[in-house]
Design a protein around this ligand. Sequence first.
Ligand code: C2E
Ligand code: MG
Ligand code: MG
Length: 255
Amino acid sequence: EAMHRQLRNEAWMVQEMRRALKEKQFQVYLQPQYDYKTGSIVGAEALVRWIHPDRGMISPGDFIPLFEKNSFISQVDEAVWRQTCALLRHWLDKGLPVVPVSVNLSRLDLFDVQLPAKLLALREEYHLPAKLLRLEITESAYTQQPQQLISMVEELRRQDFQVEMDDFGSGYSSLNTLHEMPMDVVKLDLRFLAGSENRKGQDIIQAVVQMMRRLQLPVIAEGVETAEQAALLSAAGCQTIQGFYYCRPVPPSEF
Ligand code: C2E
Ligand code: MG
Ligand code: MG
């Protein structure tokens, strides 16, 4: 019965997705990233939400796997990048304080040879300084066709995009990936690491942060839910923190 429901739901999403895109039902939410010491916002991540007029908010976990299978994700992603660029432009024009925003790239995007040109065109269309638009690539994407991916990431970095490795620690090949893949920042997701409530889990977090420092890789910690986790990370040398402890993803107006 659960499988049946799932299939029906997927069929519904496939039927609705094109209209949803046209009617701008895919909306960007922003989750701020904080500097632990100053408590100020130093960046944000753009996270897509499907706001359906009848069904309400649908979270990406429910539709992204499907859209990765049927390739629709590339269109959703492009809409998200465009909305993000428009937001940045809007803040700049209003003279508001502006922080860099990271957008997520799906595995599929990375096999599109047009990707660097598309992103560059957006950055130019909205006259954005390169440092304001950052890219997140999930660690699991790195495990397939690594050669092709390495050259894509190198090309993006040549175009001055800062590339962040998302979900570090969730996959199988984290250590190899660190060694082989070009990247500017590592995103360490506490949800994927051993529990921080016990000594062993704390030691692991500390050791991972220390390793990144040794490799001179800046770290952004995400999935941080408690004051203790934030303090632990800061003590280990990771100052940039994203998580429910500070703030959930919120609509741009609230951000
Ligand atoms: P992600 O890129 O690793 O994003 C972080 C996810 O962790 C977000 O889930 C965020 O809401 C959640 N999160 C943040 N802080 C906490 C916390 O303290 N505790 C817990 N339990 N969770 C926290 P969300 O928004 O549901 O997105 C899930 C995933 O969907 C993202 O993981 C990303 O892989 C993907 N995604 C989201 N937006 C996009 C998009 O525009 N394009 C693509 N291709 N993928 C996206
Ligand atoms: Mg991400
Ligand atoms: Mg992540």
